[in-house]
Design a protein around this ligand. Sequence first.
Ligand code: SF4
Length: 663
Amino acid sequence: MNRSFTEAGPAADTTVTSACPLDCWDACSVVVTVREGRAIRLQGNKAHPITRGFLCARTVKYLDRVYSPDRITQPLLRRDGALRPISWDEAIDTAARRLEEARAAGGPHAVLHYRSAGAMGLAKKLADRFWNLFGGVTELTGDFCLGAGKAALERHLGDYRAHAAADLRHSRTVVLWGRDPFTSGPHLIPPLRDAIAAGASVLSINPTDLAHPDIVGTWVRVRPSGDTALALALARVLMDDGLDDRGWIEQHAVGFPAFAAALGALPLEELVAEAGVPLTTIRSLARRLAEEGPTAILLGTGAMRCRLGLEASAAVTMLGGMLGTIGRPGGGVTFAARHARGLDLACLRPNPEAVNREVVVSRLPELLPRLDPPVRVGWIESANPANSFGDRRGAVAALRSIPFLIVADFQRTMTTEIADLVLPVPSFVESDDVVPSWGHGYLARQRAAIPALGEARDDLGIYQALAQRLGFGPEMAGDAESWCRRMLTPVLGSAGGWEALERDSFALNPAHEDVPWADGRFATPSGKFEFEPGPLKWRRTQGPTGEHPLTLITPKSAEHHLSQILPAKRRSHYQVRLHPAALSRRGLLPGSVVRLRSSRGAIAAVAVADPALDEGVAVLPMSGWAPDGNDVNLLTPPDTAADGVTFAYYDCFIEVEADRTPA
Ligand code: SF4
């Protein structure tokens, strides 16, 4: 156990090294200071190569949430319309009875299991084992934000793999494409600074300026949803001007002639107009990417949270192929790492006979009423879908239609508010796990620094109690550590790998390479980088209108983690940024309360003038929630990229006007 005394005496503080499992690229190693049984401080582990001794602003304040009045510390059952405390025995009995009734009435697919990325440890994955042993249930596939990027990289490279952050020191040009590290994964900033110190320049392609503009040498202000057009315009200029890396393409790729033909047929002027970037800028940018390499392209979710999200991710990836940057030190198209790479996950599917029914998550509101057999019991964990769906109203209606909804969470959320049974789970400083990263190759040991508050019980303990009631208790037996060790055996099973993880609180997963694809062997069917033959889709089918002339962008907030937000912050974060001219044209003053109206709803916000923005763009942080329903996802559309791989949150068109709601 990595636990130490930091002071002498009876009231000595102890520190426990744990890990942050929140949905984030960084998977930080966290030092928890404990005084008299209470966690009093969270700090970044200085020894961890990614964390480097600091945490983001969100997690520094996480203990406010641990000890918040919004904590759920007892099981709650809805009776007479209100959630009322019950014992764990009654909670487990109720859940087991409902699950058995649902299975008897409609088979195991009558149960919907919904797990998202609210907490991302390996032990959390054991939910899959439980539901597999239950018989195979209705599971959700797809993604809210990342799916388009993963799908594009799988299509062209066969898998999604990330360059080590330290590899940026070999780059001469770093492109942050739709990615703001300050708000999404701030531990990319030190490696970026290291790269700059070593001579690299950083270029941001984004409709908005970044929260940390000092690291950005050049900002290319692309039009919202114009990333596909910009990437294809750059590719076209590379080809026309003979700047593409034809040697790399011939050696490592297939499909380029057909792609080149499709690219050559595109109307360059229209691409340029759609991208919203002058052709002169595109030409000089293409030359710079080609001649000032190695070029590392760090793709972010900002480019893909639109209907063209898959096409944008694919176009950027193929641009990387044309530049010949894939597989080179200091190069690559990096989006996300497969976070369970090399792990043995067979234990999550012990019953091969059990087959899940799969539903694309973003289409749940539309598909749920049509499922046969119908869903009779829903089980939600590590997720707050009543808040985070683009079609929030549709999601709430769908969840309310489920006859019995069970939600496991550690604090009250919009989703617990509509649950029939709420099961309290611990916060991350109260539970054991191992946290892999989807941004880098390090595994971090999560340890319980304090006992679980109240009667909170971790997910594995809940599943074990349920399994006992349902007759497969022995198959779920074992603590979090033993299950994690089992999953990690292929990567940490030899040479004292687990012991090193215990000792240092982090370990590099050897299945990750610093430079993916360096051997030129790709995971595609052809074994090569695969260009897309076309036709190439790049034109938006919907855009701003006379009635809704502004495009609303909802990036991550540096203040709160997705919908995990403190009660005191639930209204104050609604600040909408607009260009001063956009405000004055509407007769609005900075600091005034305004009304944001889309075709789907309206919310209130405080106007902030931001001269760096385009006049046609409004910016307001994603998620957050307010008990009065003043929520940004009341504005956003139900649409998705491709077949539901990512929500099209950014294809949201609004008007802003004075708020005339009576005080
Ligand atoms: S949310 Fe991300 S950056 Fe913040 S502490 Fe957790 S892993 Fe680190």
